[in-house]
Design a protein around this ligand. Structure first.
Ligand code: FPP
Length: 245
């Protein structure tokens, strides 16, 4: 039974609408075991599979995960290749099992730098899974918050230059609609495992009023119980969105 269903002080736990996760700590998990970093990514991919299924089972509406950032290309060619191969394999399996899993997938990020195979798999996964209305997983691939904001700013500037929009028409809502996350509510809760406490270019615009949850658990060890603990901590926060309660 998920922890958020338990009653605390006669008040039921509230499930956030949107949880975002920085899947961090794969390399350290492997190092602690004397394994290559790539072994940590393999187990990290399984941890993601488990969390996505759990998110669906508890009725979460949106789960956004940071799988590969615009800065992760700086890693060794071997590590980047392994992550890309893992992603290709993962998406192939997703496509194969799509009717069983029934999870809607969206991809946030610049897919143009990915291999044609990976890009095609991502596009097919997004297209074919549109029909499902359970949890929506937003998979951030070659994603950077600053890059996302710059793209949105450029696209609005281009509209202005073409005479299709005026600068004063740019509102919070219009700008949000130009981001990869258009139509997705802002994250309520952002989780970063592995003991690091920074945002690392993740959802910079969307995280304006997100609650953060940090844990020392490394991503490959992160399981449903850890997600429950994060939701429990979220329930103790007082969200004021700049107002007074
Ligand atoms: C962060 O750990 C992890 C990444 C940059 C890659 C994330 C990739 C996965 C979870 C595997 C691919 C996912 C799927 C679903 C196929 P780190 O390498 O920065 O760890 P460290 O901080 O301990 O070095």
């Amino acid at each position: 039974m998920p922890i958020f269903n338990k009653k605390t002080d006669s008040k039921p736990m509230e499930l956030p609408t949107h949880i975002a996760i920085i899947m961090d700590g794969n390399g350290r998990w492997a190092k602690k075991r004397g394994l290559p970093r790539t072994a940590g990514h393999k187990v990290g991919a399984e941890a993601f599979r488990t969390i996505a299924n759990y998110a669906k089972s508890i009725g979460l509406k949106y789960l956004t995960v940071y799988a590969f950032s615009t800065e992760n290309w700086k890693r060794s060619q071997e590590e980047v290749n392994t992550i890309m191969e893992l992603l290709e394999k993962y998406l192939r399996e997703l496509l194969r099992d799509m009717d069983k899993n029934r999870v809607r997938f969206c991809f946030f990020g610049d897919l143009s730098r990915l291999s044609p195979t990976l890009r095609a798999e991502a596009e097919e996964t997004a297209e074919r899974s549109k029909q499902y209305d359970g949890v929506q997983v937003n998979f951030c691939l070659n994603y950077g918050g600053r890059d996302e904001i710059l793209r949105a700013a450029r696209s609005f500037a281009a509209k202005c230059a073409a005479g299709e929009a005026r600068p004063e028409e740019l509102t919070d809502e219009v700008f949000s609609g130009l981001l990869y996350s258009a139509g997705v509510p802002d994250p309520d809760l952002i989780i970063r495992p592995s003991g690091e406490e920074r945002i690392s270019n993740f959802l910079l615009w969307q995280s304006a009023y997100a609650e953060y949850y940090f844990t020392d658990t490394l991503w490959p060890d992160f399981g449903p119980r850890d997600l429950d603990l994060a939701i429990e901590a979220y329930n103790k926060r007082s969200r004021r969105f700049g107002g007074v309660k």
